[in-house]
Design a protein around this ligand. Structure first.
Ligand code: ARG
Length: 593
């Protein structure tokens, strides 16, 4: 189905042509002055020069040509040459009805399905998930779902950090506490135990200790570097230990991601790509892309058009170790081999921008990917506290994700309870706890997603859990309100039907219909630009329009049954659209709240 703007554009094109003007100027946008009109066309201003005519005269010609149009109830030329447009009520109603009756509500643009991998989450093994990983998980999950909605085959890969110095630190920290463990005995040739000799809590304790110590104790730091190198070289005991650390860590991560309603198709990590490194490096050298520089092996990735110098991409350090870039390149080798993706999308902190520029260029240059494979990076900003500094615990430490989620659940529950008390409604604690978990998740996710990803934002529990303003709870509250009206309507023994939708009889209803008509293409556009916040702005606008209509209209109390059925059809469609959008964003509405 065409989008409403495409329809209107066609209608305008006919009018431009009829008047002898170039139809390429016939573009239509939603009005930026909704008090004056619903849509507008500014094409006359653009044509003035080539047509050698005053823009207002052109606009007047076009507006005259639209006088008998069945699409517009008003087409008016205004200074200096705008064409203000309002839709004909019957035309709008038939658009909405069509939409409601079509598959996927008319959101069915034909597209070439691609195979896409989304690399997000990026947790580091043996370290607890912290809030820095929250954004990656939340935005990545939304992007994955947006891609799927658009008909692509999308795989999410958690891409764990399981191969760096942190592994060496954990190994040495453990050795310190349990020097007798068989994993550390180099002469041991037997099988290693399958059960882990430690818990997630042990790991959480060991890593920070080891990390702090390595900063002060030079010898310990060196030992950790050596352990990392031995692990990378495949030392048996360390490899077995890594497997056990992974078991424990992954179970812990899964529990956290489950709370966030985030899930991955692939649980791969940096270590899974290591076996592709030697061949890849050899090819890079043989084909002349990689060369020695100050003992390291590097690839030139600068381009003439670079405004700022892009340094060489180092694929092997002088001590023989691989780096972050090496691993990311080898992971691409692996992905091409196993999935042949048309596109790979990476989510990472925006400070990693240079890294991804280097990796993408090196991958293209060395032919690791096809020239037409799209490699895209979504760099996100920092989540700050109210003080504008990176979000911390009250004690000033790094906030663990699970604690943050507990806090927001609690805040949400308090709000729900006091809301109920205010209204004198019953407060069944167990039920409210369940509801508050659903709403709290929406509060966190919407609070993140409604911002442009690249911007820093302030994590403000008070604001995020508010039922008013541009927040998750406001969106859900609106959805719950619609659900409740529809439930009552059904209880009256009536059926909801899109067939019943007819022309608007108020300004607020027409406005709601115009917003609904704008749904087609919203998710596609957001996906094309990898900008979930576009979907948030759309649903926020939709909720506002619905609420205005709701406050100004007697819906269930309406006496004219035809009108009532039409209202009901319209708000049911609003709910359908809100459900699609929230699902794509990664949260849902409860039945009541
Ligand atoms: N583990 C990394 C971190 O915590 C993020 C990984 C991002 N993805 C990637 N393919 N490099 O910063």
């Amino acid at each position: 189905m065409k989008t409403i703007l495409e329809y209107l554009k066609e209608e305008l094109e006919k009018a431009f042509e009829k008047c002898g003007y170039d139809k390429s100027a016939a573009f239509v946008t939603r009005s930026d002055r909704p008090d004056l009109c619903e849509y507008q066309c500014n094409g006359a201003l653009r044509l003035a020069k080539s047509a050698r005519k005053a823009p207002l005269d052109i606009a007047t010609d076009v507006a005259d040509a639209l006088k008998d149009s069945a699409v517009f109830s008003m087409a008016e030329a205004v200074k200096p040459g705008f064409i203000n447009l309002n839709l004909d009520e019957d035309f709008l109603a038939s658009c909405i009805k069509n939409m409601a009756l079509s598959e996927r509500f008319g959101d069915d643009r034909a597209l070439k399905p691609k195979t896409i991998i989304v690399d997000y989450g990026g947790p580091n093994v043996a370290k607890p998930l912290h809030i820095g990983h929250l954004r990656s998980a939340v935005i990545g999950e939304a992007i994955k779902r947006m891609g799927r909605y658009c008909g692509h085959k999308v795989l999410g890969d958690v891409h764990m950090g399981d191969f760096g110095l942190q592994m060496g630190l954990v190994i040495c920290g453990l050795k310190e506490e349990h020097p007798d463990m068989v994993y550390f005995d180099e002469s041991y040739e037997g099988e290693y135990p399958v059960d882990a000799p430690f818990t997630a809590a042990d790991l959480e304790r060991i890593y920070p200790l080891a990390s702090a110590r390595s900063k002060e104790d030079e010898a310990f730091h060196k030992e950790a570097l050596e352990a990392t190198a031995s692990l990378q070289e495949g030392r048996r005991g360390y490899t077995a230990l890594l497997d056990r650390i992974l078991d424990i860590s992954i179970a812990d991560m899964k529990a956290n991601y489950e709370r966030l309603d985030v899930d991955f198709d692939l649980w791969l990590g940096e270590s899974d790509a290591q076996k592709y490194v030697p061949d890849m490096i050899k090819r890079m050298e043989d084909e002349g892309y990689a060369y020695e520089s100050e003992g390291a092996l590097v690839i030139d990735v600068s381009e003439e058009s670079d405004a700022k110098e892009v340094p060489v991409c180092i694929v092997r350090k002088s001590d023989g170790a691989s780096l972050y870039a090496t691993t990311d390149l080898a992971t691409i080798v692996q992905r091409v081999r196993d999935y042949d993706p048309d596109e790979i999308i990476y989510l990472a902190d925006k400070r990693q921008s240079l890294h991804f520029t280097q990796v993408f260029r090196a991958a293209k240059k060395c032919g690791i990917v096809r020239p037409d494979t799209e490699l895209r990076y979504v760099g996100f900003g920092t989540m700050n506290g109210k003080d504008g500094q990176p979000f911390k615990t009250r004690a000033g430490g790094v906030m663990k994700l699970s604690i943050l989620l507990d806090e927001i659940n609690e805040a949400m529950l308090d709000k729900l309870i006091s809301n109920k008390e205010e209204k004198g409604e019953d407060t069944d604690k167990a039920k409210l706890e369940e509801i508050s978990r659903i709403v709290a998740l929406a509060a966190v996710k919407y609070g993140d997603l409604s911002n442009q990803a690249k911007k820093d934002y302030i994590f403000d529990i008070d604001r995020f859990t508010s039922f008013e303003g541009n927040t998750g709870p406001y969106i859900l509250y609106t959805m719950v309100r619609i659900k409740s009206i529809l439930r009552k309507y059904r209880e009256q023994g009536k059926e909801i039907s899109s067939e019943a939708i007819c022309r608007a009889d108020s300004e607020s209803q027409k406005n709601l219909m115009n917003v609904i008509a704008g749904f087609n293409g919203v998710i596609e556009d957001a996906f094309e630009n990898l900008e979930p916040h576009r979907i948030c702005s759309y649903i926020y606008g939709l909720c506002d329009s619905f609420n205005r209509f709701y406050h100004e209209t007697r819906i269930l109390g309406q006496e004219d049954e035809g009108k009532k059925a039409s209202y009901i059809g319209l708000i049911a469609l609003s709910l359908n659209i809100l459900e699609i959008c929230t699902d794509v964003l990664g949260f849902k509405a409860p039945e009541s709240m």
